[in-house]
Write a protein that binds this ligand. Sequence first.
Ligand SMILES: Cc1cc2nc3c(=O)[nH]c(=O)nc-3n(C[C@H](O)[C@H](O)[C@H](O)COP(=O)(O)OP(=O)(O)OC[C@H]3O[C@@H](n4cnc5c(N)ncnc54)[C@H](O)[C@@H]3O)c2cc1C
Length: 420
Amino acid sequence: MFNLAHPHLPLQVVEPRSAEEAVRVVRDAAARGERVYPVGTGHGWTHAIEGGVALLTRRLAGVVVDAGMQVARIGAGATWADVLAAAAPHGLAPLAGSAPGVGAVGYLLGGGLSPLGRSFGWASDFVRSAEIVTGRGELLTVSATSHPDLFAALLGGKHLPGVVTSVELGLVELATVYGGGLFFDAADAERVLTEWAVWSALVPDQVNTSAALMRLPDLDTVPTPLRGRFVVHLRLAVVGDAQLAAALVEPLRKLADPIVDTVAELPVAALGAIHADPDQPMPALEAGALLRDFDPAAAAALLAVAGPQVEVPLAVVEVRRLGGRLARAPQRPDSVLGRDAAYGLFVVSAPVPELFAGPVPTAVAALATAMAPWASGGFQPNFVGSLNQPTALDGAWPAGVRERLEHVREHHDPAGVIGH
Ligand SMILES: Cc1cc2nc3c(=O)[nH]c(=O)nc-3n(C[C@H](O)[C@H](O)[C@H](O)COP(=O)(O)OP(=O)(O)OC[C@H]3O[C@@H](n4cnc5c(N)ncnc54)[C@H](O)[C@@H]3O)c2cc1C
């Protein structure tokens, strides 16, 4: 489990090696009146599992690429690192997330916001079919034409009434991006974040970008010039000609002298270098919200509560630019949230459990109040955490989608065997 903040206490842990074994696990648990909790890499659990059966998917982890069809068959335990590595030799790439260690399936269930998303869309737009063991213990192949309602729930509906055992995912033709990070000093934070807010609102769809206020630990794992510092980290992934991409990024390089500049032509298999997210398990509390805008006034409001002048136990406060192809209407029914938001906000606490009871929630509440004028009122399932209201997501889906999700749950898991 990547996030160690929630100590899990299942009665049993199982690691099926095939879809058929997963069927047996679900049927046996149902017969005992126990719940089954599907677990990927544990990046996304916002609470502890108590009782029941934790079904770890890590032994269902093969990736097979059909280069001609531009598709990868992904076992439910595969990480994005596995899929990126399997696709790269064919000049292909999945719309992976920022951290290669994240489980591909857990991410796809939330829609999947890739650092390439503005250029190509939500990762779940590329799902062609999936195998699911439903709460009734049936093994189904779902697609736009087979069990279409369950398929639509899989595409961004997050808490599925079943265990996904594999997915067929379309890949994009992409070998390199112009990408990486620009790290700026605390003294430049106001200028950098304000100008990034203006710049990011106007960039074409080929530009993918986010900005993070980071309080980096004084550890060997952090590059020397960044250790123990507050920095503003501008992340970039520009698709297309590298020279044109460099010209698009140039205004950011001129904002101030970056402490570190890693932006260069990058093999897409090394996508994880852009955000450089931590890859070791740690405890953290999180919260997120979608924003309808992020203008210079929003940048100022954010800095007032999380900038270098304030002492807050927040390791990362990030703002990701959405829009572009992420705003495109879906080609088939789905449950993705975030198409209508311009930016997404996500907060990760310092990894210090002693601060989880008071200081962290207080800092996050202040941040939510400060950003309220720009909040859309919506949420993205991959970017909510235990510091969001437990019901935040319930109201996030439009009524028609919510009814469909409820209907799918009642039909495929009437006894509520699958827990999340
Ligand atoms: C460092 C970091 C970076 C991230 N970057 C991104 C990003 O760039 N874009 C983005 O969209 N998200 C991102 N996320 C969020 C991430 O996509 C979600 O947390 C996702 O749920 C993680 O998948 P997992 O394999 O860790 O699932 P887990 O944390 O194990 O599970 C999360 C939820 O998914 C369910 N689930 C998992 N596997 C299955 C399955 N096989 N069948 C049915 N249900 C299942 C679980 O039951 C649980 O409810 C990031 C998270 C972290 C911690």
